[in-house]
Design a protein around this ligand. Structure first.
Ligand SMILES: [Zn+2]
Length: 81
């Protein structure tokens, strides 16, 4: 009989664990939806092709597939080419 009691405890424990996970899961999903970044956009740094300064991807100026920190840099690079 002790084996059946042990099995019952195991099943009850398992169900209780599942219930706890179900309780915790929705709150966890809400926080981790953006990959642990509350700001949303990833702060990826890229190098300016003219002066070599590092700028965030969202602030970079893309000219013909190259990144520049400003219109001035994009202009000098275009003049050089
Ligand atoms: Zn630059």
């Amino acid at each position: 009989m002790s084996l059946i009691r042990l099995l019952t405890y195991f099943v009850v424990g398992y169900l209780f664990w599942k219930f706890l996970k179900w309780l915790v899961a929705p709150a966890k999903k809400r926080g981790d939806s953006s990959g642990g970044n509350p700001g949303g956009k990833a702060m990826l740094l890229i190098k300016c092709n003219a002066c070599g300064m590092f700028i965030t991807e969202s602030r970079a100026l893309m000219v013909r597939g190259r990144a520049y920190c400003s219109t001035a840099c994009a202009g000098t690079a275009a003049n050089r080419a």
